[in-house]
Design a protein around this ligand. Structure first.
Ligand code: MTE
Length: 338
């Protein structure tokens, strides 16, 4: 987050699509069908990926059952060249998870210390039906779906990742928000025994890692609570056992290893905004026209890449999901509300 990455380039237009794809536990086959209600998407899907490098997970039986029987619905990037699904080893080996250190390889190296079973999530604040729920009770009433999304980090790298999860809107509806609920605030676990960098004297973050969404953003059908990726449960370094995925926002909004979801009246202050309010805002919508003060956001490095193939793409407004989400921000000055 506090580093500079250079990149120039060009790319062509692509779009999310109305089709879903058949995604087996090991192989993505590319069959087409209709997308879930509520999403108005356009385009045509063509995508393929090989999951042969995905190691077996260790999901509890209830979650494995949900994963196996998920409806395999996916919002699929349209361009199989520029939007190829990242190999699992990249998605699980190049991470930001500052609770385990600040280098990209730290999370994969240290996150096995995180104990994800059992896990509970608190829902509180402006709700009539809150409480502490074990993960199974929290997630299993919701329909599991597979979603292939672009993830665009504020540091100007990106990947395409097939997530597995539940709609945040469904969880919020069940909690029965009161009329005072205007925002949703999320918190990551705090436990330096399991998350060693939380004890580091060099850490910039005032733990817990906190994120927030406006209620209508949280209720948007693209907003996912992920419990898996690549047809298996989440690896710890990717935010097991429960993380947020908001595909039109910079990756730092997608908070990992969530233990608390609070419906609140006031706009939360998220962790990166607290550290550097001139650099990281509350909205953090992907926007190629609003540069980070220390680097351009016009392009991105699509992973995997190499010295010989930098794979630099033009960044698209709302990460290419403008048709679905632009109306949430109608009339807002996006330079001010960055
Ligand atoms: N959540 C927590 N709790 N701690 C973090 O450091 N990093 C964020 C986000 N969620 C982070 C987090 C950032 S900066 C990014 S880009 C994404 O996680 C990266 O997700 P990935 O490692 O699964 O690609």
């Amino acid at each position: 987050m506090l580093i500079k990455i250079a990149k120039p380039s060009d790319l062509r237009e692509s779009d999310v699509t109305p089709e879903s794809v058949y995604l087996s536990r090991r192989r993505f086959m590319g069959g087409l069908a209709g997308l879930g209600a509520g999403l108005a998407l356009s385009g045509t899907a063509k995508a393929s990926a090989d999951y042969s490098d995905v190691p077996d997970g260790d999901a509890p039986a209830w979650l494995q059952g949900k994963i196996d029987s998920s409806r395999r619905r996916a919002v699929v990037p349209a361009d199989p060249e520029t939007d190829a699904i990242a190999p699992f080893r990249d998605a699980s080996g190049y991470n930001n998870f500052y609770e385990f250190g600040s280098s990209k390889s730290d999370p994969a190296r240290h996150a096995d210390r995180l104990e994800t079973q059992p896990w509970s999530v608190v829902i509180d604040g402006e709700v009539n039906n809150g409480g502490r729920f074990n993960l199974e009770d929290f997630a299993s009433p919701s329909r599991f779906e597979e979603r292939i999304y672009r993830l665009r980090c504020v540091e100007a790298w990106s990947m395409v990742i097939p997530w597995l999860g539940i709609s945040l809107a469904d969880v919020i509806q069940r909690a029965e928000p009161t009329s005072k609920a205007k925002y949703v605030r999320f918190e990551t676990l705090v436990d330096p025994e399991q998350m060693p960098a939380q004890d580091s004297a060099f850490s910039l973050i005032d733990w817990p890692y906190v994120e927030g969404l406006r209620l209508d953003e949280a209720m948007h059908p693209l907003t996912l609570l992920a419990l898996g990726m690549y047809g298996r449960e989440l690896p710890n370094q990717n935010g097991a056992p429960l993380r947020l995925v908001v595909p039109w926002k910079y990756g730092f909004k997608s908070i990992k290893s969530i233990v608390r979801i609070s419906l609140v009246e006031e706009q939360p202050v998220n962790s990166w905004q607290r550290i550097a309010p001139d650099e990281y805002g509350f909205y953090a919508n992907v926007n190629p026209e609003v540069d980070h003060p220390r680097w351009s956001q016009a392009t991105e490095r699509r992973l995997p890449n190499s010295l010989f193939n930098p794979n630099t793409l033009d960044t698209r407004m709302f990460n290419g999901y403008a048709d679905e989400v632009a109306e949430l921000y109608a009339g807002m000055d996006l330079r001010k509300h960055f």
